[in-house]
Design a binder for this molecule. Structure first.
Ligand code: AMP
Ligand code: MG
Length: 402
């Protein structure tokens, strides 16, 4: 029996390189949720010029403070009016009315907010004087050129997941496209003679295929391109035909047909091709297979997950998602009620995080309880060696509600 960590390492060694993918350039508008393929540096300083952080008056702090050595007050003549978008012009002395984002005139070194002079929005006209009531520190309310990022600095490093702030930072640097990792293509093959496509009539003894949709969605959510096909049969010949018809992909994931029963189609078909099957000390998700098979003329890694829907999804979370998207957000929370767990297995239970920051289990440990999984927002880990967790004891929790 293999440990979870050993199988995770084996899957990583098998599939990581294939899943990493080449880089492709995409427009920023299409890059949400993609993973940066290379470090990105900014060609410009951010901000690109010294500018005002407030609507106010640009002044030379030293000049102004000299006028009123006692309390830092005194009249200053208004010498200009600078709006956002105006070109950079030299400072004419005194005080220049300046708006938020407008370039600070070279020679001025501080901004006095208009609120410190008169009512908000009431600006003195050029030629009038303003009276200030507090000393001004050099640099006050000035957003210095390069204070967010200097030209040549790394904006984001390779491997970063691109969300709104990351895309905004790339746009602020003037970029229109970005090199991201190609989405890995993952072929999902659900197998089993009892399976029926949703929408078809359900014969006695048949069940609907949940895994094709669930695993494809999991792959898509983790940034891959999912291609799903159902082989609703336990005949090795039918699975072979489906795999022979598949186009090139970076990874194949099968569900079902890997345990110790009499009609284990995946094991019977892929075992002779060199795919290894064994037991991982995991519940649910014990029976697992992995290897390399020929797809469309290319050696392609294959992962074989058990067919129970909860087992298939837990297998995805533990073995495949980390390679596609990295770790789930992990916390430790007190368990709401005590629980028993098989000591020789790493058990993964489904749970819900409560408003008082504990985690309560949803449904039992059985791997057919997919509707209970669907009401959960967390996976709860009860590692190998743990037989009992008392109420209130902390457990490792993965948040799965992205
Ligand atoms: P297997 O791994 O093929 O032995 O299947 C284990 C259990 O999962 C059996 O009860 C199957 O009927 C069920 N099962 C297998 N594949 C699917 C699927 N795609 N959707 C829903 N249930 C499945
Ligand atoms: Mg089966």
């Amino acid at each position: 029996m293999t440990t979870v960590a050993e199988h995770q390492a084996a899957v990583r060694a098998l599939a990581e390189a294939a899943l990493r993918g080449a880089a492709e350039d995409v427009p920023l508008g299409a890059a949400l949720g993609r993973i940066l393929a290379a470090d990105v540096t900014s060609a410009i300083d951010l901000p690109p010029f010294d500018n005002s952080q407030m609507d106010g008056y640009a002044v030379r702090a030293g000049d102004f403070n000299r006028l009123s050595p006692d309390a830092g007050t005194g009249p200053l003549r208004v010498t200009g009016h600078i709006a956002a978008g105006d070109p950079i012009t030299a400072f004419a002395g005194g005080a220049a009315a300046i708006m938020t984002g407008a370039p600070l005139p070279p020679g001025a070194d501080a901004v006095v907010p208009v609120e410190a002079v008169g009512g908000p929005g009431t600006f003195a006209a050029v030629g009038e004087s303003i009276e200030l009531h507090e000393p001004v520190a050099p640099g006050a309310f000035v957003r210095a050129r390069g204070s967010d990022l200097a030209a040549g600095d790394t904006v984001l490093s390779a491997g970063t997941l691109l969300g709104p702030a990351q895309l905004g930072a790339l746009a602020a640097s003037g970029l229109t496209t970005v090199a991201v990792r190609r989405r890995p293509r993952v072929l999902i093959v659900s197998t089993g003679a009892e399976l029926t496509a949703p929408g078809e009539p359900l014969a006695p003894g048949a069940i609907y295929d949940a895994n094709a949709i669930a695993l494809a969605a999991a792959v898509t959510q983790a940034g891959g391109t999912a291609l799903a096909t159902g082989v609703y049969s336990d005949e090795p010949e039918h699975l072979r035909v489906a795999l022979d018809a598949a186009g090139p992909v970076e990874l194949v994931v099968t569900s079902g047909g890997v345990s110790a029963g009499a009609h284990e189609v995946v094991r019977e078909t892929l075992g002779p091709l060199g795919v290894r099957f064994g037991s991982v000390a995991l519940q649910p998700g014990g029976p697992q297979g992995l290897g390399t098979i020929d797809i469309s003329g290319f050696p392609t890694p294959v992962l074989c997950f058990p067919g129970n829907p909860v087992s298939a999804l837990v297998s995805f979370e533990l073995f495949l998602r980390p390679l596609l998207r990295g770790s789930r957000p992990t916390t430790h929370l007190p368990l709401a009620a005590s629980v028993e767990s098989p000591i020789g297995k790493h058990q993964v239970r489904r749970g819900r995080i409560t408003t008082d920051h504990t985690v309560e289990l949803v449904g039992g440990p059985s791997s057919h309880l997919l509707a209970a999984y669907a009401r959960s927002d967390a996976l709860v880990h009860l590692p190998e060696g743990v037989a009992h967790v008392a109420a209130g004891e902390p457990v490792e929790v993965w948040r799965i509600d992205e």
